[in-house]
Ligand binder design. Structure first.
Ligand code: NI
Ligand code: MN
Length: 226
């Protein structure tokens, strides 16, 4: 499985024959200027919640690629009203099978509103079970004991967790979250994009080290083999 970090909380996963894009926020992010939307060519776009810093490029990419949108019911309905026809609505606690594997939508402690102010339903995260790997993308969330349910039900190979603090977990909470959900390897996202979420990455690494969790902080555009 290949994972390419696209900046902020966005990344592309390549598994089997499928390309899965998560929370695209690329054109408005000057740090991601090296990423070209046209090269992403996803088969599916997964959106954790409706905030602009997670959906900014979704409509353009969905329309140009014809990819399948996977998100909560309210977000899917919002995009369907904008002409997106390939879409699969889900909600918290539900699982569904797709050509690339099985997706469970799980709880995130956060808020959600669409860029135009429309109701965005509840924010979520995703657990993906693919033939290659099982992983958890937390979306934007606070630390919550519910993450222990993920360890009860899945054997994660890795987790993608926000570490930027202020709007989500900071590094110490994210390291604890990794132990709750049973991930010994974490890709940190949602940090250093804006001043509010600027962190000291050396301190973040220490916070994970003391919990005996591996923290990967790929550069924007870097591809990890996981
Ligand atoms: Ni958010
Ligand atoms: Mn966010």
């Amino acid at each position: 499985m290949l994972l390419t970090y696209l900046g902020h909380a966005s990344f592309l996963v390549e598994t089997g024959q499928s390309r899965l894009l998560f929370d695209p926020f690329i054109r408005p992010n000057p740090l991601a200027a090296s990423i070209s939307l046209d090269e992403l060519q996803p088969d599916a776009v997964l959106l954790s919640h409706g905030h602009e810093d997670h959906v900014a490029d979704a409509e353009a990419i969905l329309k140009s690629s014809g990819a399948l949108l996977i998100s909560n019911y309210e977000i899917v309905s919002w995009y369907q009203a904008r002409g997106i026809t390939q879409a699969h609505p889900m909600n918290l606690g539900g699982s569904a099978s797709f050509p690339f594997g099985r997706v469970k939508m799980v709880q995130a402690i956060h808020s959600s509103v669409m860029p135009d102010g429309a109701y965005g339903g509840n924010p979520g995260g995703f657990v993906l079970e693919t033939p290659e790997r099982c992983f958890y993308f937390a979306g934007d969330t606070a630390l919550t004991l519910d993450m222990k349910l993920i360890a009860d039900q899945f054997d994660l190979d890795f987790a993608i967790l926000p570490i930027g603090d202020n709007f989500t977990m900071g590094p110490a909470d994210a390291a604890l979250a990794a132990t709750y959900c049973g991930a010994s390897r974490v890709i940190g996202v949602h940090y250093n994009t804006f001043p509010y979420i600027a962190i000291d990455t050396a301190q973040a690494r220490k916070a994970f080290e003391v919990m005996d969790v591996e923290l990967l902080l790929p550069a924007i555009g870097e591809t990890l083999e996981l």
